[in-house]
Design a protein around this ligand. Structure first.
Ligand code: NAD
Ligand code: UDP
Ligand code: UDP
Length: 343
């Protein structure tokens, strides 16, 4: 329609920075796949707050209506139960493509489905972006670096991924999704953006999703021992969700394709993380060692120089500041409102 042409031209002008800041901006129509999930729902909040119209497409595999229910009834919000593995016709200006389970427990549950989501699902969303001329942002992952031989990881590093292991459905799936994204960019002239997200935590994570921060926090709150896998000396770098959402939006609005590492360079061993959780929740919380999972990356820490330079972005919330915000949310969800006044 004329409106579509008009609006995407408007967007291109706006995004290219040709319209002076302060000029009233017309809302965009934005598709967020996986928008009922942990990261997606926080992104949706920011987009709605900014005045955009948001369509969420989600199959509720790991997402929950509770995460977006506060937007029900808002004419700028629409929720579609749909699996991205199936084609869909929509008219939008931008696509944030997040649909894919992120916790190892969830993505290993049905590995073939994980690959289909990453490959066929991403292909469909790219096809949609091509048809309507929308800008497309892929949420890839630090997992594309596998068990990295370079530390910290820079975007130019090609990674060390086992193609036939139990994590491959996710790692190779995301690598293929990156390839598809670049091929649509080169072949169909599509405007694309690629984010490589490092471990992110915050309110609305699934309480029992098996990821380390959610496990430790839920365990400490329930007075269960925190389960440290392996010797606990492996490292991760933990980013608070609002920092990630800010990075994703800057990436989408900016003029660089990427890929960009989006993560907090603060690196912790799992034993150090357990200590932070003890300090935050319960100094007497116990630790219990369990065998580690197969192909677990030994260390991971983003080099974020590129994002700093080209997006003017860096995370603002260190682990010791972000963790209490997540703990409040978990306490309420585990014990009910009553529990939030505890300790
Ligand atoms: P999440 O599991 O909370 O959210 C994923 C959402 O996608 C859920 O709402 C789920 O129901 C939906 N979904 C899954 N498969 C789908 C399908 N086939 N069709 C439609 N919807 C589907 O995970 P998250 O932490 O919010 O992660 C969001 C994105 O960010 C994912 O693509 C993930 O790979 C990426 N990422 C996250 C992290 C992190 O630490 N959270 C790290 C790296 C990358
Ligand atoms: N697709 C979709 N919605 C659209 C346009 C395309 O889901 O609005 C799907 C389409 O069904 C196809 C994929 O995206 O499976 C790739 O589409 P493209 O047009 O790039 O390739 P082709 O259809 O020629 O294979
Ligand atoms: N881990 C742990 N205890 C748990 C869950 C995970 O020690 O209860 C470890 C896991 O072995 C890995 C790290 O924490 O070394 C991060 O795991 P997670 O599943 O959170 O994310 P990943 O970075 O592996 O995708």
């Amino acid at each position: 329609s004329l409106d579509l042409v008009h609006r995407s031209t408007y967007e291109r002008t706006f995004v290219a920075g040709k319209i002076p800041l302060g000029l009233k901006r017309k809302g965009l129509r934005i598709l967020v796949t996986g928008g009922a999930g942990f990261v997606g729902s926080h992104l949706v909040d920011r987009l709605i707050e900014r005045g955009d119209s948001v369509i969420v497409v989600d199959n509720f595999f790991t997402g929950r209506k509770e995460n977006v229910m506060h937007h029900y009834g808002n004419p700028n919000f629409e929720m579609i139960r749909h699996d991205v593995v199936e084609p869909i016709l929509l008219e939008v200006d931008q696509i944030y493509h997040l649909a894919c389970p992120a916790s190892p427990v969830h993505y290993k549950f049905n590995p073939v489905k994980t690959i289909k989501t990453n490959v066929v699902g991403t292909l469909n969303m790219l096809g949609l972006a091509k048809r309507v001329g929308a800008r497309f942002l892929l949420t890839s992952t630090s997992e594309v670096y596998g068990d990295p031989l370079q530390h910290p990881q820079v975007e130019t590093y090609w990674g060390n991924v086992n193609p036939i292991g139990v994590r491959s459905c996710y790692d190779e799936g995301k690598r293929t999704a990156e390839t598809l994204t670049m091929d649509y960019h080169r072949g169909a002239n599509l405007e694309v953006r690629i984010a490589r997200i490092f471990n992110t935590y915050g309110p609305r994570m699934c309480i029992d999703d098996g990821r380390v921060v959610s496990n430790f926090v839920a365990q400490a709150l329930r007075k269960e021992p925190m389960t440290v896998y392996g010797d606990g000396k492996q490292t991760r770098s933990f980013q608070y969700v609002s920092d990630l959402v800010e990075g994703l939006m800057r990436l989408m609005e900016g003029e660089h394709v990427g890929p960009f590492n989006l993560g907090n360079p603060g690196e912790f061993t799992m034993l150090e993380l357990a200590k932070v959780v003890q300090d935050t929740i319960d100094p007497n919380a116990k630790i219990e060692f369990r065998p580690n999972t197969e192909d677990d990356p030994h260390k991971r820490k983003p080099d974020i120089s590129r994002a700093k330079e080209q997006l003017g972005w860096e995370p603002k919330i260190p682990l010791r500041q972000g963790l209490p915000l997540m703990v409040n949310d978990f306490r309420t969800r585990i014990f009910g409102d009553h529990g939030s006044s505890e300790s």
